[in-house]
Design a protein around this ligand. Structure first.
Ligand SMILES: Nc1nc2c(c(=O)[nH]1)N[C@H]1C(S)=C(S)[C@@H](COP(=O)(O)O)O[C@H]1N2
Ligand SMILES: [Mo]
Length: 529
């Protein structure tokens, strides 16, 4: 039992219960305020909601090592974990505000108000924000504070004068029924507001319907056919072409940006003689090319799965740049997304005649899925996504590395991000039940734009043995590999390393993803019985 100044001990048990009711009042009032803010945000801009703006600010503020840890622990569930954590913290804070409002008025109202004002400031400071972005948080918290005061008043024995005229205050002794009625009405109002906000944000469903109706033009230059020998078809081995549903997703967007093609345009600007803007229809009228390219995330750990291979359909970025005519001295293209994300890519890489850098609209035969950048994104063979693969891209600014930085560079990641030569063991998985005798080892290896020439496997302290390499369409994609191993009983360490077409052998020294990509030979422990 807690005792507070001014509380008579014999009244302790009921007062303690009143504390819980006050905590409930805090949660209900704050929840109603948040629901109202969500509803207003649906009109202003979905990203102006205190939850999404606050979460986005947390994502931006998180140091690189913590981002790595989150991706390592939760993979692509990291956003759900973040939102869940925020929910728990907010609920606990709201309960505390309710309790404080009962015991130390107006401390609870002040706490709630301060958090709301902070949310408003954070929302208004988002990269894409307008002045209106503060409104949902401010109105939401204002109403939340009034509700909190009104609800908690119902829990007090004295002080029965109405604070606000939302409901006529009862003049009788404290009555839990009035409190429950008001709290119930508030909660019901919150549910209605949330439902309405969902209905308003049905805009995202509208964009999805537009996307489904799109028939992309055929490629003027089709991709080479995938050789039959590119797919080893081994159970547990990542397929040569990654289906869209299982393609890894990495971005800073808590809510997938919903960009309708009719509202989309791409501007090529900066240090160019001929800046210009193209619309969606302009883009589809340009000659499109298809290329298989393996995309990789710089945050991928040794043995990790933040990598996938897809068939991309798009227009060469090189052609767009040629039309804009970059000026002497420019060495970077800063690509910008609707959500404020930017990537800095070397201009020279994007201009290479034999590198398929695409302004992509298609992925594996369909329009880009929303979470992979619909309606348009960049794909650059050989560079990590954070310096090249901008999704929902709307601007290409020709500039200089000395003048501008991509999103991740000031956050501790290298300005340049060439993909590092790497390989992975997919089969068997550590922990699999394996009997002595023939065991098939298999995995993938990648060195985008250089190409894989060989993969070797080593068991314990044995010699490196060359694995069989699957076919590939070219140097821009990963290659599968396999090796049959006559496994003796016991515990064994199996390691893999790749060699690229320049004869370079994969780096053995372990390095973490930051600042420019992990290195080290993927090694797994297998128990053979
Ligand atoms: N708009 C936007 N584009 C982005 C990012 C982002 O955070 N926002 N992340 C980049 C990173 S770090 C990677 S690895 C790739 C991942 O692309 P995918 O999600 O389609 O696999 O997208 C890139 N493009
Ligand atoms: Mo990434």
């Amino acid at each position: 039992m807690t005792t507070e100044p001014g509380v008579t001990p014999h009244a302790g048990a009921p007062r303690a219960r009143t504390g819980w009711w006050a905590a409930l009042a805090g949660v209900v009032a704050a929840g109603a305020g948040l629901a109202l803010a969500e509803l207003l945000a649906a009109f202003v801009d979905p990203a102006s909601s205190p939850v999404l703006a606050g979460g986005a600010a947390v994502v931006d503020a998180v140091p690189g090592w913590l981002k790595d840890l989150a991706v390592a622990w939760f993979g692509t569930a990291d956003k759900a974990v973040l939102l869940g954590t925020m929910g728990v913290v907010l609920a606990a804070g709201a309960a505390l505000a309710g309790w404080l409002e009962l015991r130390r008025p107006p401390a609870g109202a002040v706490l709630l108000g301060a958090v709301g004002v902070l949310a408003a400031v954070v929302a208004a400071a988002r990269p894409a924000a307008g002045v209106l972005w503060a409104v949902p948080s401010l109105v939401g918290v204002g109403v939340g504070v009034l509700l909190l005061r009104r609800l908690v008043r119902e829990l007090r024995p004295r002080d029965r004068t109405p604070l606000v005229g939302l409901w006529s205050g009862s003049q009788d002794a404290p009555d839990r029924r009035t409190f429950l009625l008001l709290a119930g009405l508030t909660a019901a109002g919150a549910v209605v507001a949330l439902g309405a906000s969902r209905a308003v944000s049905a805009g995202s469903r509208a964009v999805d319907a537009v996307r489904r109706a799109i028939r992309l033009p055929a490629a003027a230059k089709a991709a080479p056919a995938v050789p039959a020998g590119a797919e080893l078809g081994i159970d547990g081995l990542d397929p040569y072409v990654t289906p869209n549903e299982s393609f890894y997703r990495i971005d800073t967007a808590l809510r997938v940006p919903q960009v309708a093609p009719d509202d989309w345009s791409l501007t090529v600007t900066g240090l160019v003689d001929e800046p210009f803007t193209i619309t969606w229809d302009d883009l589809l009228a340009l000659p499109l090319e298809e290329h298989f390219v393996t995309l990789a995330c710089v945050s991928n750990q040794v043995g990790g799965d933040l990598i996938g291979n897809a068939l991309w359909l798009g227009h060469p970025v090189r052609e767009l740049l040629a039309r804009a005519r970059p000026r002497a001295g420019a060495d970077m293209v800063l690509s910008r997304s609707t959500d404020g994300f930017t990537a800095g890519t070397p201009l020279a890489v994007l201009q290479e005649a034999d590198r398929a850098c695409l302004l992509a609209v298609g992925m594996n035969g369909e329009p880009l899925p929303a979470e992979h950048g619909f309606p348009a994104r960049l794909v650059v063979p050989g560079l990590y996504g954070y310096v090249s693969a901008t999704k929902w891209v709307t601007e290409l600014k020709v500039t200089r590395f000395a003048d501008e930085q991509g999103y991740w560079t000031p956050r501790g990641w290298s300005a340049l991000g060439p993909v590092k030569l790497s390989s992975r063991i997919d089969v068997p998985r550590p922990g699999d039940d394996l009997a002595a005798g023939r065991v098939t080892l298999a995995g993938v290896a990648w060195a985008q734009h250089t190409g894989i020439a060989g993969v070797e496997v080593r068991v314990d302290d044995g010699a490196w043995v060359a694995a069989d390499l699957a076919d590939t369409v070219g140097p821009d994609t990963w290659r599968q590999w396999r090796l049959d191993w006559d496994a003796p009983p016991g515990d064994h360490l199996v390691a893999v390393r790749a060699t690229d077409t320049d004869g370079v052998v994969q780096v053995e020294a372990l390095a973490p993803p930051a600042p420019d990509g992990a290195t080290g030979w993927h090694t797994i422990e297998l128990t053979i019985t």
